[in-house]
Design a binder for this molecule. Sequence first.
Ligand code: MLT
Length: 271
Amino acid sequence: MPQDHFGAGPAIILLHGFPFNRSMWREQIDFLSANGYRVVAPDLRGLGENVAQTSVCDSASEDHRLKSLPFTTMEKMARDVAALMDELKIESAVICGLSMGCYVAFEFIHLFPSRVKALILCGPRAQGSNEAEKTSREAQAQRVLLEGMDFAVESISTSLLAEATVKKRPDVVAHATEMVLQTDPRGAAAVQRGMAARRDYSNDLPNIQVPTLIIAGREDGVRTPEDAEFIQRGIKGSQSVMIEEAGHLMNMEQAEKFNKAVVSFLMTLNH
Ligand code: MLT
């Protein structure tokens, strides 16, 4: 599994969002590895450089191709993370996800509770998808297969990033755009279908007994403050942090504030 792996100390696994890749964690990889943590950031199945795991029949007709593309489920991704931890001989770790990475984190702790020391959930949502969301995700999956990723770039400035980021941080806009355009359309379509089919994690929340930090971006256009509050109410003892002048990609937009929140939380853990 393609991954960045740096540092020594307690392990923290960083699970990226969609349609992005492990490079979204650059600033966290540098910061955390320099501060005494062993940081592992994989490209999740179908995304980044991890496209070999999306199998499609290239020779099929367009119609067949649209119908035959497999799901990349959140469960498969969670099992991939466990296999990577086995390979790296990491028994348990802090699991930190952003958005789609949180769906994977929820699956991971459900499947492997003893392997999670703590959770960091950035821009998370617990509820499963309703019919409207399923229809919209299938439409997006089909569009991406037919047209490629270009159309997805628009949402970066319209709903993913805070106004200040769009105006003052061309580096963040460029990096987000580059990640979207580098995404393999087949992988993206398979992941969209997997997210449409994800479980409702709401009922899992009371079973989560590890220390949990929820991080939200004040101007996140795809998650509401209620999404974070719902999770905080559901996970006993969880804490939350709101980052100002940040949207959905809060770790890239306000890396310094984000890193500070993460390290303050990590320092409270009994590793
Ligand atoms: C993400 O950033 O990972 C996506 O917003 C997740 C989703 O589409 O639900």
